[in-house]
Design a protein around this ligand. Structure first.
Ligand code: ZN
Length: 433
């Protein structure tokens, strides 16, 4: 297997050092390293981070291979600096059996661009009625530890309680899409003055907050792990902050788009901005940034949600919910959190690599950049700026809400266990597994 010496990278944005990679493992970090036959990688001015881990990706396979496949989603992930993504269960068929999760897991391995860790459905068919085969999915080759009906909320409190109880046996976690269904019937955008002005049915913050509040109390009662998906309101941040202060075992994620974009964009009636949960107010954006900075929100997760253009190029109310996110996540986090002084690169590594791997109980991902660890590494050029072009993507879909914006930062290289998946700012065409 090839060896590499990454020259003069800023490790975690701090100390400048060389990193040696042999047989897929980091074998040395220091100055003036020499490894016989190694390929030299000039990383002067680049920040080295551990390979990113996403806890919330939609790869659409099986069932909607026109929107994305495990392979194309993996390529988009590699371009974004990710070495592991969690594939959500709302596929067709739903990932509610050992058979489907093993299929997704195997496709990820065959692709070789990143580890694809399947998320299992909480309930059969995401119907919210009967628990799926949680134990069988946990015991399968895919070793599922994260369970979610994402796209739908487990709204029945008894089912949610049983799910929390069941996953304790294998240290699993329920990742909840917090959306009270009755309060969001027909909802199209954030409820507020603007929804009234635009004549679109409002999606109140309380529809999210009521479920977050209920679930942290259920998690406390059961003594189990709860993860709050794509938290989006100031009230949700406050509830999670309270729950943590009380010692409740809850973690939470925020998406890049909820860190940057506001509901004001809906004025355009462009369905590219239609997403679930909806883009919120400026005040909510400030609150989620503060929550991420102070540790109330544990991680950034993309909620990468590919849709073919026919599902987006239509009138607002008929359009699908969702946005792409894998290839732009790090840039949005740089702009909103690093360049604003709210987070250091070391903290970004924690929130986009170490913590998501820990919540998902993924071994050998989210590891520190240290000797003896797997060589999952991303090199970022923080000085670069790029004009986002929706056509420049490895995804099969084009629903990119940042198209036309200039964002900071660019992924120069991504290594998965010592093999480059991205090299010289370009996707490696064939990764040998
Ligand atoms: Zn969701």
């Amino acid at each position: 297997m090839s060896s590499y010496v990454i020259r003069q990278a800023k490790v975690l944005g701090e100390k400048v050092a060389d990193i040696a990679i042999e047989d897929g493992v980091i074998t040395a970090i220091g100055t003036d390293l020499t490894v016989n036959g190694a390929t030299e990688v000039d990383a002067k001015g680049l920040v080295a981070l551990p390979g990113l881990v996403d806890l919330h990706t939609h790869v659409r396979e099986p069932g909607r291979e026109d929107a994305e496949t495990v392979l194309t989603g993996s390529k988009a992930a590699a371009r974004g600096g990710f070495t592991c993504v969690h594939a959500m269960a709302n596929t067709d068929p739903v990932a509610d059996t050992a058979g489907v999760v093993e299929q997704v897991w195997r496709l990820g391995r065959e692709g070789g661009y990143c580890d694809v860790q399947p998320v299992g459905a909480v309930t059969i068919g995401l119907k919210g009625e009967q628990l799926a085969e949680l134990g069988a999915m946990a015991d399968s080759a895919a070793t599922v530890r994260v369970f979610s009906d994402d796209g739908k909320c487990v709204s029945d409190a008894v089912i949610m309680r049983r799910a929390l109880e069941y996953v304790k046996a294998f240290d699993g976690v329920i990742a909840q899409h917090s959306q009270e269904p009755r309060l969001t019937e027909g909802a199209q955008m954030n409820e507020g003055p603007l929804s009234g002005e635009l004549g679109l049915t409002g999606w109140p913050a309380v529809a999210e907050e009521a479920i977050v509040a209920r679930d942290v109390l259920l998690a406390e009662h059961v003594g189990s792990r709860l993860h709050v998906c794509h938290l989006s309101t100031r009230g949700s941040v406050e509830i999670v902050r309270w729950a943590k202060s009380r010692g409740i075992n809850v973690t939470a994620e925020v998406t890049p788009h909820h860190l940057l974009l506001t509901d004001d964009l809906v004025r355009s009636y462009d369905p590219i901005y239609k997403v679930n949960p909806p883009l919120r107010s400026d005040d909510d954006v400030q609150a989620v940034r503060e929550g991420l900075a102070d540790g109330t929100i544990d991680i950034v997760a993309t909620d990468h949600a590919p849709h073919p253009m026919e599902d987006k190029e239509c009138e607002w109310s008929a359009a699908a919910f969702g946005m792409l996110g894998l290839e732009t996540a790090l840039s949005v986090v740089q702009q909103t959190m690093v360049d604003t002084g709210l987070l250091t690169w070391a903290q970004v590594a924690d929130k986009m690599s170490a913590k998501p791997a820990e919540i998902g109980r993924v071994r050998n991902q989210g590891r520190p950049l240290e000797v003896g660890e797997p060589a999952n590494i991303v090199l970022v050029d923080p000085q670069a700026t790029r004009l986002i072009d929706a056509r420049n993507t490895a995804s099969l879909s084009r629903n990119n809400p940042y198209a036309g914006l200039t964002l900071p930062g660019e992924v120069v290289a991504t290594f998965l266990r010592g093999r480059p998946t991205v090299s010289d700012r370009t996707l490696v065409e064939a990764v040998t597994v």
